[in-house]
Design a protein around this ligand. Structure first.
Ligand SMILES: *[C@@H]1O[C@H](CO)[C@@H](O)[C@H](O)[C@H]1NC(C)=O
Ligand SMILES: *[C@@H]1O[C@H](CO)[C@@H](O)[C@H](O)[C@H]1NC(C)=O
Ligand SMILES: *[C@@H]1O[C@H](CO)[C@@H](O)[C@H](O)[C@H]1NC(C)=O
Ligand SMILES: *[C@@H]1O[C@H](CO)[C@@H](O)[C@H](O)[C@H]1NC(C)=O
Ligand SMILES: *[C@@H]1O[C@H](CO)[C@@H](O)[C@H](O)[C@H]1NC(C)=O
Ligand SMILES: *[C@@H]1O[C@H](CO)[C@@H](O)[C@H](O)[C@H]1NC(C)=O
Ligand SMILES: *[C@@H]1O[C@H](CO)[C@@H](O)[C@H](O)[C@H]1NC(C)=O
Ligand SMILES: *[C@@H]1O[C@H](CO)[C@@H](O)[C@H](O)[C@H]1NC(C)=O
Ligand SMILES: *[C@@H]1O[C@H](CO)[C@@H](O)[C@H](O)[C@H]1NC(C)=O
Ligand SMILES: *[C@@H]1O[C@H](CO)[C@@H](O)[C@H](O)[C@H]1NC(C)=O
Length: 485
């Protein structure tokens, strides 16, 4: 701290030593003004204390404008002054300080508080909005965001800076329009992680209604140029066009060496965690509505008194040992409910719109744990999900197994619980010859994609319970629950 302080002092003195005897009085004020800005700027960006507000720098230079006019030494003075101003601007340019996008000081808690991404800048907190940072804004003292961020394997090598538009760093390119910059700690390919990074973007867009001109994608501060397929489909549908990601290479093979600055930028770095629960629900509503619209699904095609029961049965990994036995149980229960229509379908070969259509006709979804479950968000709110797991998931799979439970909850669906093949640890582990100790997660690979059995008594009871809600007078079926959105 002491060293940093002395350093600042030293700079301060050297600024005041600049041939001040040659400087006209009026000019002197301008130089002082720029020096004050520059010093505050430097301090703001000292790595040790990244959170200083810049509001003090807005002290007005207007007192000097009077003496400017009354200064008789006319054009020479003005020219001299212009030169000094230029000089000061150039110094300001040189002083734009880049900081690492990924701040390793927060490596222990990368998603906590400010997160380790652009750690020196506070989020804007607004009612009914995801947390975001807006550039330029009063918050950034009118400065725009600049990125020197092409690295795809080390987020610490990528950096960001704030700069005034008239003193951008040397060689910087200014891109017009709105740029949405999104970072996540978890990744953009996996369905679950990918969608959780997309929610705040959709949430922000839904409120502000400003069309982004481009998107910049980071994972732990490392540049990315794509998302997982399903997640990308959702993004494309919401924005109504194919969305690409900035690669900072101007279409060449080599990335741009100089920084890129953005006329306007919004940074989202909190995943869904920066959003209240009701906001998430609103975002899912928007995604559902956009997807149905995109897929030309009318909301009038269904009678409000039908109950769609869909068995979405995986083939291969995590399939049922006996599909027909499971179908039989559900068919029997469905027949007991007036208006219940049973559909049995496999996720294979279904296009995105096939899936959206299927889900828009489903009130109760019966399916194994797996990626196809992500489509639950295309069902109406209040519809139900019944999930199935192979054995050992409960014991070994960790919290990740609950993602669809959370997703259903966020999107306003009812997760009706799960049925799991039971595990006999002593016997199963011995038979599978998993050489790791019991409770060891590496054993999980032996079970992860196993086929799933069934218990007829249990399933019949469970199905009956869930479907009862949809019986006229038998539950809380909302009058319009099937009419779509
Ligand atoms: C940023 O937030 C911290 C608390 O999280 C606060 O102490 C600080 O004053 C804020 N800085 C600015 C510039 O608003
Ligand atoms: C700015 O002024 C200082 C002192 O007069 C001089 O040393 C420096 O070279 C100037 N810089 C530019 C970029 O003109
Ligand atoms: C930004 O600051 C200006 C001047 O201080 C003020 O008039 C304006 O309302 C502020 N804008 C926001 C969004 O706070
Ligand atoms: C990432 O880059 C930083 C800064 O250049 C360097 O200190 C660090 O060792 C790099 N990390 C890895 C894993 O390469
Ligand atoms: C939806 O309908 C429009 C107009 O009828 C058509 O151009 C478009 O291709 C359809 N979209 C899908 C996904 O079927
Ligand atoms: C269908 O959806 C559209 C758009 O959301 C809505 O305006 C319309 O009222 C809906 N129609 C019915 C019958 O619910
Ligand atoms: C699957 O279940 C059905 C109905 O319970 C039964 O008839 C059939 O034998 C079973 N198949 C196998 C391979 O166990
Ligand atoms: C999916 O498509 C492949 C090739 O087009 C076909 O062989 C297979 O039978 C299809 N599967 C289903 C369930 O329709
Ligand atoms: C099947 O489920 C029923 C009801 O939960 C339970 O009583 C029975 O023990 C189960 N059967 C087997 C073989 O696990
Ligand atoms: C969902 O169910 C709750 C209570 O069961 C009800 O208050 C709400 O209106 C329903 N929402 C929709 C969209 O049907």
């Amino acid at each position: 701290m002491a060293a940093a302080h002395m350093n600042t002092r030293h700079r301060q003195r050297s600024f005041f030593c600049v041939d001040d005897h040659l400087v006209s009085r009026s000019c002197f004020f301008f130089i002082i003004f720029f020096v004050v800005i520059a010093i505050v700027f430097l301090q703001t960006h000292a790595l040790k204390k990244p959170l200083v507000s810049l509001s003090t720098s807005s002290s007005s230079p207007s007192s000097s404008s009077a003496s400017w006019e009354s200064d008789a030494s006319a054009t020479v003075g003005i020219k001299d002054c212009a030169r000094k101003l230029e000089n000061a601007t150039s110094r300001l340019q040189n002083m734009v300080k880049f900081l690492p996008l990924k701040d390793l000081r927060f490596a222990g808690k990368p998603m906590y508080g400010h997160t380790w991404f652009m750690s020196s800048i506070n989020d804007t907190i607004e009612d009914n909005m995801p947390l975001y940072i807006h550039f330029p804004s009063n918050h950034t003292n009118g400065r725009v965001l600049c990125l020197a961020g092409n690295d795809r394997s080390n987020g610490t090598k990528n950096s960001y800076a704030l700069a005034w538009r008239d003193s951008l760093p040397h060689g910087a390119k200014l891109l017009g329009g709105l740029t949405i910059v999104s970072d996540t700690f978890y990744g953009h390919n996996n369905l679950w992680h990918g969608q959780s990074a997309v929610l705040p973007i959709v949430g922000w867009y839904n409120m502000k209604k400003v069309e982004p001109a481009r998107f910049v994608l980071y994972h732990k501060g490392e540049l990315r140029s794509s998302r997982g397929k399903w997640v990308q489909s959702v993004v494309d549908i919401v924005f109504g066009k194919r969305i690409a990601y900035e690669t900072f290479d101007d279409g060449r093979t080599q990335p741009r060496r100089h920084p890129t600055c953005f006329e306007e930028a919004v940074v989202l770095r909190h995943n869904e965690g920066g959003m209240p629960k009701l906001k998430r629900r609103e975002v899912y509503d928007l995604i559902r509505k956009s997807a149905r619209k995109h897929c030309n699904i009318s909301n009038t095609s269904r009678s409000p008194r039908t109950v769609g029961l869909t068995l979405f049965l995986r083939k291969g990994s995590r399939s049922f040992k006996n599909d027909s036995a499971v179908i039989e149980v559900f068919k029997k229960e469905c027949d007991k409910v007036g208006g219940c229509k049973l559909g049995v379908i496999s996720p294979d070969n279904l296009s995105f719109c096939d899936q959206v259509k299927l889900m828009s006709e489903t009130d109760v979804l019966v399916t194994q744990h797996g990626a196809q479950l992500t489509n639950l968000i295309f069902m109406d709110r209040n519809s139900s999900v019944m999930e199935f797991f192979p054995k050992a998931w409960l014991e070994y799979a960790g919290v990740g197994q609950y993602v669809f439970h959370w997703m259903a909850d966020w999107a306003g669906m009812r997760h009706e619980g799960a049925w799991r093949d039971e595990m006999d640890e002593a016997k199963d582990i011995k038979e599978d010859r998993c050489s790791f100790p019991p409770k060891e997660s590496r054993c999980f690979t032996y079970y992860k994609d196993r086929q799933i059995g069934h218990n007829q008594t249990y399933l019949a009871h469970w199905a009956c319970q869930v479907l009862r809600r949809f019986k006229p007078g038998g539950g809380n079926l909302p009058e319009d629950s099937n009419s779509g959105t």
